[in-house]
Write a new protein. Structure first.
Lengths: 297, 634
């Protein structure tokens, strides 16, 4: 077990974060677009509309939190780069389907590895029939063989199931038609990730705040997220962690992102994420850049 | 019937022939639809029968019908359709129930503006091979931004009465799963099928102005950016050559030759009628947008089809208020001259050309009920058929217009509260309808004076584009005030029912009196000080709580007693040009006050805040009175 490796869950968390930062801007400009939680998107595409997003993130970790929450230094810097690809399709007004994958490169300072990430295929639905920004989501995680064999494998080569719900506090558009909502908008989400083979699952949540800046084209978002592993882990914990999710871990992260709409259908996003506290997990700092585009049927 | 048509074929213009054939088809359809077991409520029928007979053609029916359209769809979809996010474009399966048959398709929300209200315009696209009453698409306009529910229908009614190429337009009560949703306006989808139905062929070139760039004004500046300013709807190619040649021709032809140019290239009536309709309804939201052009290969001529009439009958966009208040506001005008709207050389040269201007005036006169025009006929048609009046005669004459509006009010008003989803917010329906009627009253007398009556100096009140430009620049971003004193005297007889007090030189009505009683012929004078705050006020009222206008009414004839109901108007043209006092919080709270015998007295006042008209009843004055009026909010 390599305690110096950035774990799968970090990589996965990072990729999903950026995916959903991007996804949060994938709606018409004048609508407030909200950044969702790490694992679920709050936005439903219109029937027949499609979205594709891609981007990259780069993380470094010079230290990690031990089981008692105290920070310990790594002897070498850990690095990880993730390239992701995400697609979404409005199957109907009521359901969207989405899929994602990526490619991860990891460097622990002493060894490196890279490979295709797990493929995720999911379905998103509405919690509220009339208001967007209130969704549920279920996704199947399909492991890729490469990572099953590698020490560095994120996802541990296990099948998984992810589920979450999301809610944004948006005004009723019919109370003040045409109004550009100038105020902040709050949102949040809760979810869980389960894995086969007795591997520990996760429960996660987040809260976010979002506001337009300067003009309707710019948006800033600040998010606080947390995750914690549960049942399936060995009792107690260890001073090391790695891609082995058998030991309990926790994490609290924050990120700030800036989005800009290049046009009605295309936008870009830049973000910075920092882990604030954890147990049995890396203290990562991550930067991300992504781009998305949407098109109608 | 077909034989008679073939006999005359060579003697008619192609457009005349197309119209005759269409009217025969229409009449057959109309007759058969009446005999069907459908949900038609015929409210007012003038003439039902249309036939091509020796001795004359009968006038086409002018009637108001409210039909019912039944839809069936999943109940969840039915609710989501109207209540979902405004800009979601999802569609849902639907079945149109037509005489027991189910015609399947999909329904979606359409329109840009109206989708921001719960009551949305919808479009039903029928499945391949399916048709409903000959239509593959069913477009239902919600009328949610026009709380009178009448502007679109009235305008299309005028357009079709004049014989213009126009879509079929009908009111429908929309039911979904047997539940009443609301009143919608069915407007036939304007595409080449419609032109084919109207005898113009479906292989022509069809263009629409691009309503996002507002440059469909045919100006020289925009004639080299046609793809930006116009959408070519049919055929779907990028070849704008014909349109380019047309616009170049419009710009290059001198005014004095424009009648020949228009006759050669256009259905002249479509252009004249377009200007007439826009003049009558005071539609300024056009000439650079909101119209179609169709070149018919059958006739070899271009035809204009106007579109979108929500900013009409007094409603006015604002030049400075931000969206959407630039559209949804209380601005109101009835006094714009016929040149209103964006500059456009087709409009300008038509009005400036002597022959075409006369044709324009004659058409206005016809619609005003002053002189009747006849439909143009070919040589042989004249031999066998008595000449037929052109449709639309007296359409805008107040008795005709108001009875039409009243008929609509009676039907719509009865079930309006049962509509499932509301449109935009605004004054109640009754006020909206009254505003239309007041618009008609004031606009009719103004245009009649402006266009037809000479000034006391035997000169024209108005000639097209005969205006004096300002001597110094006007800052259009700042509020303007143009204080004037307008004065007029009218001769009133005891037998008169009403009198319009018109300022003679500007041809502006400044007041209207309904005569209740008058003991002898009298000269009545009304003087109005505009755009100035009243100086003399009742105790406790501040000038900023008043309309910035003062009226004076007196009788010039001695020993006269007059009792009247009176209408006075005030100005609210835009946020930069109005007479609303700064501290007026609610115009509905305005009352007329009269100073008589040095004392202020509050009058029982009714106000239409949309048309900016104040009314009071049973006002009595004698020769010794000079009545001073102000309107204030307490």
């Amino acid at each position: 077990m390599n305690k110096n490796l950035i774990s799968h869950r970090d990589a996965e968390a990072q990729r999903k974060t950026y995916l959903f930062i991007i996804l949060s801007v994938s709606v018409p400009l004048w609508l407030i677009i909200f950044y969702s939680n790490v694992y679920a998107s709050a936005w439903m595409q219109t029937e027949g509309d499609s979205l594709i997003a891609t981007g990259t993130s780069y993380s470094i970790a010079d230290s990690f939190w031990k089981r008692d929450g105290k920070l310990a230094q790594y002897s070498t810097r850990h690095k990880q780069g993730v390239y992701y690809l995400y697609g979404e399709y409005g199957y109907s007004y009521y359901y969207n389907i989405f899929a994602s994958t990526g490619w991860t490169y990891s460097d622990s300072g002493t060894s490196t590895d890279s490979g295709v990430d797990d493929v995720k295929i999911g379905i998103r639905g509405r919690l509220n029939l009339f208001r967007n920004g209130r969704t549920w989501e279920i996704a199947a995680i399909l492991p890729t063989r490469k990572w099953y064999l590698s020490d560095y494998r994120p996802g541990q080569g296990k099948y998984g199931l992810e589920a979450g719900i999301f809610y944004r506090f948006r005004p009723n558009p019919y109370e003040n038609p045409f109004a550009e909502y100038p105020h902040s908008i709050w949102g949040g989400g809760l979810g869980t990730t389960l894995r086969s083979g007795g591997v520990g699952g996760e429960v996660w949540g987040y809260g976010n705040w979002q506001k337009k800046l300067f003009s309707p084209l710019w948006k800033i978002e600040i998010k606080l997220s947390a995750l914690s592993s549960f049942a399936g882990a060995e009792a107690g914990s260890v001073d090391i962690y790695g891609p082995n999710d058998s030991f309990h871990y926790d994490q609290i992260s924050s990120d700030i992102s800036l989005s800009y709409s290049l046009s009605r259908t295309t936008g870009i996003n830049l973000s910075y994420k920092q882990d604030l506290w954890g147990r049995n997990i890396n203290k990562n700092e991550t930067v991300h850049a992504g781009i998305y585009t949407t098109w109608k049927k | 019937m077909e034989e008679i048509i073939r006999f005359w074929n060579t003697n008619f213009t192609n457009i005349q022939m197309a119209r005759i054939k269409t009217k025969i088809k229409t009449s057959i359809f109309s007759i058969s639809s009446y005999s069907c077991n459908s949900f038609i409520r015929v409210i007012r029928v003038q003439v039902l029968f249309f036939g091509l007979t020796v001795g004359g053609l009968q006038a086409e029916a002018s009637e108001i019908q409210f039909k019912t359209l039944e839809l069936e769809m999943d109940s969840r979809d039915a609710e989501v359709l109207f209540r979902k996010e405004p800009y979601d474009t999802s569609s849902f399966p639907v079945a149109v129930v037509d005489e027991g048959k189910r015609i399947h398709g999909r329904v979606e929300v359409i329109g840009q503006f109206s989708r921001n209200f719960l009551k949305k315009s919808i479009l039903i696209k029928l499945d391949e091979g399916q048709k409903w009453q000959g239509n593959k698409k069913i477009s239902l306009k919600s009328m949610s931004t026009d709380l009178s529910y009448m502007r679109e229908w009235l305008t299309w009614n005028l357009i079709s009465s004049l014989g213009m190429v126009s879509p079929r337009v009908e009111y429908y009560r929309l039911n979904i799963n047997k539940q009443f949703i609301g009143f919608f306006l069915f407007i036939e989808w304007i595409d080449t099928s419609m032109f084919d139905r109207l005898g113009l062929g479906k292989d022509g070139e069809f263009y629409n102005t691009n309503d996002e760039t507002y440059c469909g004004d045919m100006s020289p500046d925009n004639q080299n950016r046609l793809q930006e300013c116009w959408a070519k709807l049919s055929p779907k190619d990028k070849d704008y050559t014909s349109l380019k040649k047309l616009i170049e021709g419009i710009n290059e032809t001198p005014v004095e030759d424009f009648d020949k140019f228009l006759t050669k290239h256009f259905d002249v009536d479509s252009v004249i009628n377009w200007l007439v309709v826009n003049t009558i309804i005071s539609n300024g939201d056009t000439y650079n947008k909101n119209y179609f052009l169709y070149f018919s290969k059958k006739t070899g001529k271009w035809v204009v089809i106007p579109w979108d009439f929500d900013l009409s009958f007094g409603r006015n966009a604002d030049p400075v208020l931000p969206f959407p208040r630039n559209i949804l506001n209380d601005n109101y005008t009835y006094f714009y001259p016929p040149e209103l709207g964006s500059p456009n050389p087709l409009k300008e040269k038509t009005l400036k050309n002597k022959q075409l201007f006369n044709a324009f005036k004659n058409r206005i006169s016809h619609v005003f009920g002053i002189t009747m025009e006849r439909e143009s006929q070919g040589f042989f048609e004249k031999l066998f058929i008595k000449d037929k009046p052109l449709g639309g005669f007296a359409w805008f004459r107040p008795d005709e217009f108001q009875s039409r509006v009243t008929a609509l009010e009676n039907i719509v008003g009865r079930d309006l509260t049962k509509e499932r989803y509301p449109g935009s917010k605004g004054e109640p329906f009754e006020q909206q309808v009254e505003a239309l009627q007041l618009y008609n009253q004031w606009r009719y007398v103004l245009l009649k004076k402006l266009i037809f009556d000479p000034t006391p100096f035997n000169t024209a009140h108005w000639l097209p584009y005969f205006i004096f430009p300002p001597l110094s620049p006007v800052d259009m971003t700042k509020r303007q005030t143009i204080p004037l004193i307008l004065s007029t005297t009218a001769e009133v007889l005891p037998t008169d029912k009403s009198v319009v007090l018109m300022e003679e030189l500007l041809a502006r009505p400044i007041g209207m009196l309904d005569i209740q009683s008058l003991n002898k012929p009298a000269r009545v004078r009304l003087e109005v000080e505009t755009e100035r705050a009243p100086e003399s006020l009742p105790a406790g009222i501040h000038p900023s709580k008043c309309i910035q206008r003062i009226w004076y009414l007196d009788i010039k004839t001695p020993d006269t007693i007059l009792k009247v109901n009176m209408q006075l108007d005030y100005l609210q043209e835009s946020s930069l040009h109005h007479e609303i006092g700064e501290q007026i919080t609610d115009e509905r709270g305005l009352s007329l006050w009269v100073m008589q015998n040095y004392k202020w007295r509050k009058l029982k006042t009714s106000i239409n805040t949309l048309a900016n008209v104040l009314k009071t009843e049973a006002l009595e004055l004698t020769s010794s009175d000079l009545l001073r009026f102000i309107a204030c909010e307490e």
